[in-house]
Design a protein around this ligand. Structure first.
Ligand code: ARG
Length: 431
């Protein structure tokens, strides 16, 4: 019979379909680093409290470091029989250091072990996300400084609304990212709590020292409640939720840039290095990177719904359903980091067609609000001014003119409040 690490009470081998069905090794091998780090801290704690000897801890730690190297050199063999990363490492430790390996799992369960791995993973990924947000924020800020005088139409309902400076456009995304960063900082704070010592669900009668594990692993606090420690995945939900909101922002930016790169807008041209071609239409240069950012937003939203749904009906405390927390988390981290990483280069290299942006402003009635507010400044109630300028627009359409083409005499016909200064103030957008 093929003995499992938990096989004491079992008289039959596990069905091979069940083995494969319950195994998480395909994805939780991603946690090997965190798992080994956590085990080393746990072994040191067991030695410090006298639960195992210092020599035993040293042997275990040496074995764990060797295993880490084997995994990193791709020399480690993964198999469904061993279910998950925790069992793989423990089994290999037996092969390396013999019976003493059996002492590592003292005062620990896979329930608090996997929770610890997940906390370490989330903390690390949040740091990576924040670093990438910072880089993108820098790029947006630089671009905003460069384009303080670049004018383009601002849109509502995707209709030309009022002229804006391109700097403000970049800053709008800068501020969205600033809020995103705040959400990730908060998510990290909430993930910064150490669950080990909760064991399966109810702690242990052994004299463990959780504070010591906390300090070694650089956590700022330990869980107050053991049931909560093994069954809490709020920190995963918060990470994915902050990621989903971030993806909304990246997706909207992608959408704007995709529109701007069409021949219809023609406001920007993506650099060759950041676009792709069509296999059939030789003339095409496609914004695939941006489309993928927009598209990948869907999987992050999906991951959020997955994790919320996995958790919503679980009785306390640990349930195997929670193994399903990993793929949404890993996928979210990969997606968000890769989307953030590709954007600075794309933004820095894209060509901004200032002339076309300006022309779009000039070709429109986008200055209508300016004229209305001009009349307000001269004492006309806004509703009345709105109507006067509406009539001016209608007149211009019939005469095939723009508002700025109207002569002073024509303006006077619409309202005697128009004075010579009307053209001066407006010049900022038409130079
Ligand atoms: N692979 C499991 C998970 O990811 C590890 C914990 C297993 N615990 C258990 N009691 N079967 O959740």
């Amino acid at each position: 019979m093929n003995k499992k690490l938990w096989g004491g009470r079992f008289e039959k081998d596990t069905d091979s379909l069940v083995e494969k069905f319950t195994a998480s090794i395909d994805f939780d091998k991603n946690l090997y680093k965190q798992d080994i780090l956590g085990s080393m801290a746990h072994a040191r704690m067991l030695a410090k409290t006298g639960i195992i000897s210092k020599e035993e801890a040293a042997q275990i730690i040496k074995g764990l470091l060797e295993i880490k190297m084997e995994i990193e050199r791709d020399e480690f063999e993964f198999t469904y029989e061993l279910e998950d990363i925790h069992m793989h490492i423990e089994k290999r430790l037996f092969e390396k250091v013999g019976a003493v390996a059996g002492k590592l799992h003292t005062a620990r369960s896979r329930n608090d072990q996997v929770a610890l791995d997940m906390h370490l993973f989330v903390k690390e990924k949040i740091e990576e996300v924040i670093k990438n947000i910072d880089l993108l924020m820098n790029t947006l800020w630089e671009l905003s400084l460069k384009h303080q005088n670049t004018v383009l139409p601002g849109y509502t309902h995707l209709q030309r609304a009022q002229p804006i400076y391109l700097s403000e456009y970049f800053k709008a995304y800068y501020y969205m990212l600033k809020r995103d960063k705040k959400r990730f900082v908060k998510a990290k704070e909430n993930a910064d709590i150490m669950p080990l010592g909760a064991c399966a669900l109810a702690g242990t009668t052994l004299p463990i020292d959780r504070e010591y594990v906390k300090e070694q692993l650089d956590f700022s606090k330990v869980y107050e409640n053991t049931l909560d420690a093994v069954s809490d995945r709020d920190f995963v939900i918060e990470f994915i939720s902050a990621s989903a909101i971030l993806m909304v922002h990246l997706s909207r930016m992608a959408e704007d840039l995709i529109l701007w790169s069409t021949s219809e807008f023609d406001f920007i041209e993506l650099d060759d290095a950041f676009s792709t071609g069509s296999s059939i239409m030789p003339q095409k240069k496609n914004p695939d990177v941006l489309e993928l950012i927009r598209g990948k937003t869907g999987r992050v939203f999906g991951n959020l719904i997955s994790i919320l749904t996995i958790m919503k009906g679980l009785p306390l405390s640990y349930n195997r359903d929670m193994q399903e927390d990993k793929e949404p988390l890993f996928d979210t981290a990969n997606t968000v980091i890769s989307c953030l990483a590709v954007l600075p280069g794309l933004l820095e290299t894209m060509k901004i067609k200032k002339e076309n942006m300006k022309k779009a402003v000039e070709d429109s009635f986008i200055d209508a609000t300016y004229y209305a507010e001009y009349l307000v400044k001269k004492g006309m109630p806004f509703r009345h001014a709105h109507e006067v300028v509406g009539k001016m627009v209608s007149y211009c359409i019939k005469k095939n003119k723009k508002l700025r083409d109207l002569s002073f005499m024509e303006l006077k016909n619409f309202s005697t409040l128009f004075e010579e200064d009307v053209k001066d103030e407006n010049k900022v957008f038409y130079n």
